[in-house]
Design a protein around this ligand. Structure first.
Ligand code: ASP
Length: 428
C-alpha cells in the first residue's frame, strides 16, 4: 500500500507537526492563539472517542459474553484473562522497582531544585490530595462497593465509571445466556447491531485522527511550557533521571514482557503486531486515555491482528479498565523516587507493599488522563511518604502519562492476542 494511504503515517505526521507547532507556539508566546484556535480540534477528537466508549463497552461485552456458548466458557476465558493481566502487571512492577532501586534517580535531585518544585507545585498537589482523600476515607472494601452502581443510567453517564459499565454488561450478558434462546434473541440482535454501528463510527472518527492528534500535542506542549520554553527545559533537566527510569521501565516491559509473550506463546509475528497496533498506540500517546483509545484498540485487534470478536470484545474493554501495567510501573517508580528525594528509606517490606498497592491501584485507576497520580497519593500515604511529595513530579506527569498509556493499551492488545491464540481464535 502507498505510504500516504496508511492511517498511521498521517497520525505520525500529526504528532510530529503538533509537537513542532507546540514548541514554536511556546517559543513565540502564541499560547492564547493556540488555546483558542488549535486546542478545540483536539477536544473534538477526544470527545468523539469518549462519546462512543460507553455504548461500545456495553454492546461489545454483552454480545461477547452472550456469544460464549455457556457460562463455563466465560469462566474459563475470564479467569485466564484476569490471571494474565495480574501477572503482567506484577512483572511491570518488579521491573520498575528494580530500576528505581538500582539507578536511584532521587539521589541526584539537588536540594534547591527539590524546594523549588515543592513550592511551585504545592497548590496543584493539594488539589490532587483532596481528590485522593475522598477516595481513601471510605474503608478497604469501598473499591468493591464502587463497582456496583445504584443506577444504570448514572453509571453510563460518566466515563470514569467504566468499571461499573463493564460489570453491568457482564451481568447482562450472563443473564442473556441463561434465559430461553427465543427471549434472548431480540436483545442480542439489538446489541450486535449497536456494536457494528459503533465500530463504524470509530472508522469515521479516525478520519480526523491526524488533525486531532496534531491539536492535542500542540495543546499539551503549549500548556506544559506555558509560553516559557526555558522553564520546560529546566524541569526536564531536574527530573530527567526520574523520567528516564520510568521510560526505560516501560520500554523494557513492552519489549521483554510483551515481546516474549507474543514470540513464545503465540504464532503472531512481532512485525505484524507492531504494524497492527501502532495507530492505537499513537492515539493513546496523544489522548493519554486508554478509555478514549479503546474503540481504536478494538478495531485494530479485530481487523489487523486477527483477534476474534468474541475474545476482543470481552478482553479489551476489561483490560482498558483494569489492566494498566504502565500506570502500575510508574506508580512504583514515582513512589520510590519521591521517598529517595525526601530522604526517606523504604525497606523491603515497604516495597512489597508498594507492589500490592500499585497492583490494586492500577486496577482501580480510571482510564482517563492523569488518573494514575491520584492513586499514587494513596500509595504514598500507605508507606509513610508525605503525599505533598507529588509536587516534585507533577510538572512532567503529563509526558509520562502519555507514555504509560501507550504501555497500558499495548498490554491489553498483547493479552487479547494471547487469549485468542490459546482459544484457537487468532486468525493467521
Ligand atoms: N492515563 C492512563 C490511562 O488512561 C491512566 C493513568 O495512568 O493516569 O491508561
Amino acid at each position: 500500500m502507498n505510504w500516504y494511504k496508511q492511517l498511521h503515517v498521517w497520525i505520525i505526521l500529526g504528532l510530529v507537526f503538533g509537537l513542532g507547532y507546540g514548541i514554536l507556539s511556546a517559543a513565540m508566546g502564541w499560547g492564547e492563539f493556540t488555546q483558542a484556535w488549535i486546542s478545540p480540534f483536539g477536544d473534538i477528537f477526544l470527545n468523539a472517542l469518549f462519546m462512543i466508549a460507553v455504548p461500545l463497552v456495553l454492546g461489545s461485552i454483552i454480545t461477547g459474553v452472550a456469544s460464549l456458548s455457556d457460562t463455563r466458557k466465560l469462566a474459563r476465558i475470564g479467569g485466564k484473562t484476569i490471571l494474565i493481566y495480574v501477572s503482567t502487571t506484577v512483572a511491570a512492577l518488579i521491573i520498575g522497582l528494580l530500576l528505581v532501586n538500582i539507578i536511584r534517580p532521587g539521589d541526584t535531585v539537588p536540594e534547591e531544585v527539590r524546594l523549588e518544585l515543592q513550592a511551585g507545585y504545592s497548590d496543584m498537589a493539594e488539589e490532587r490530595q483532596e481528590s485522593a482523600a475522598s477516595a481513601q476515607e471510605r474503608g478497604p472494601l469501598q473499591a468493591f462497593v464502587d463497582m456496583v452502581p445504584r443506577n444504570i443510567a448514572a453509571a453510563a453517564s460518566n466515563n470514569r465509571n467504566m468499571l461499573q459499565v463493564v460489570l453491568i454488561s457482564i451481568l447482562f450478558g450472563i443473564a442473556l445466556l441463561l434465559i430461553p434462546k427465543e427471549k434472548a434473541k431480540p436483545m442480542l440482535g439489538f446489541f450486535d447491531s449497536l456494536t457494528a454501528v459503533v465500530i463504524k463510527i470509530v472508522e469515521i472518527i479516525m478520519w480526523i485522527a491526524p488533525l486531532g492528534v496534531f491539536a492535542l500535542l500542540a495543546d499539551t506542549v503549549s500548556l506544559i511550557s506555558g509560553d516559557n520554553l526555558n522553564e520546560l527545559w529546566s524541569l526536564l533537566g531536574a527530573l530527567g533521571f526520574y523520567m528516564l527510569v520510568v521510560l526505560a521501565g516501560l520500554v523494557i516491559h513492552v519489549i521483554v514482557t510483551y515481546g516474549s509473550i507474543l514470540k513464545f506463546l503465540t504464532p503472531m509475528s512481532l512485525k505484524k503486531f507492531i504494524m497492527g497496533i501502532a495507530p492505537a498506540q499513537l492515539v493513546a500517546f496523544s489522548t493519554s486515555s486508554s478509555g478514549a483509545t479503546l474503540p481504536v484498540t478494538m478495531d485494530r485487534a479485530e481487523n489487523h491482528l486477527g483477534v476474534s470478536e468474541e475474545v476482543s470484545s470481552f478482553v479489551l474493554p476489561l483490560g482498558a479498565t483494569i489492566n494498566m501495567d504502565g500506570t502500575a510501573l510508574y506508580q512504583a517508580v514515582a513512589a520510590v523516587f519521591i521517598a529517595q528525594t525526601l530522604g526517606i528509606a523504604l525497606g523491603f517490606m515497604d516495597q512489597l507493599e508498594i507492589i500490592l498497592l500499585a497492583l490494586l491501584a492500577s486496577i482501580g485507576t480510571a482510564a482517563v488522563p492523569s488518573a494514575g497520580i491520584i492513586m499514587l497519593i494513596i500509595i504514598l500515604q500507605s508507606v509513610g511518604v508525605p503525599a505533598a511529595g507529588i509536587a516534585l513530579i507533577l510538572g512532567v506527569d503529563r509526558i509520562l502519562d502519555m507514555c504509560r498509556t501507550v504501555c497500558n493499551i499495548t498490554g491489553d492488545a498483547t493479552v487479547a492476542t494471547l487469549v485468542a491464540s490459546s482459544e484457537g481464535q487468532l486468525e493467521k
